[in-house]
Design a protein around this ligand. Structure first.
Ligand SMILES: Nc1nc2c(c(=O)[nH]1)N=C([C@H](O)[C@H](O)COP(=O)(O)OP(=O)(O)OP(=O)(O)O)CN2
Ligand SMILES: [Zn+2]
Length: 122
């Protein structure tokens, strides 16, 4: 079994809902996103899955969040755009793209600062 990880990022604005404190006000982060998959077998080139595919699909999804006000986007109308909910949203979208007989999405981790992150996995 192999574990592969890519890292990328996006910038966006948000405010936490049902939260009392500074973070209920509009502010932004440069979120770092880590996507980890497991692969059972390698192809002839020795790859579980091409990093270019992992990063490409992830960046395509992140483009829909980049430089947006997250609270206005459909995934976060009902659920506050916390790092936890962002990680879960990304996980569910990327699982549909990556999961097959060989590859399984393992975990998505979202860092909202150098010191704070949330991960989601199933
Ligand atoms: N479990 C979570 N806790 C918090 C989240 C979150 O997504 N999940 N998010 C926030 C806010 O987004 C806030 O912007 C956090 O910003 P940060 O600067 O890290 O928070 P502080 O101001 O408390 O940082 P200091 O280190 O105290 O300056 C809050 N919590
Ligand atoms: Zn925040």
């Amino acid at each position: 079994m192999y574990k592969l990880k890519v890292e990328t990022s996006f910038a966006a604005a948000h405010c936490l809902i049902h939260y009392q404190g500074d973070c209920e006000n509009l502010h932004g982060h440069n979120w770092k996103v880590e996507v980890t998959v497991t692969a059972m077998e390698l192809d002839k080139a020795g790859l579980g899955i091409d990093f270019k595919i992992l990063k490409g699909e992830t960046n395509t999804l992140l483009k829909t969040l980049d430089h947006k006000y997250l609270n206005e986007l459909p995934p976060f109308i009902e659920s506050s755009p916390s790092s936890e909910n962002i990680a879960r949203y990304l996980y569910r979208e990327l699982a549909n793209k990556f999961n097959n007989g060989n590859v399984k999405l393992d975990m998505v981790t979202v860092w909202e600062s150098d010191f704070a992150s949330a991960s989601y996995y199933e």
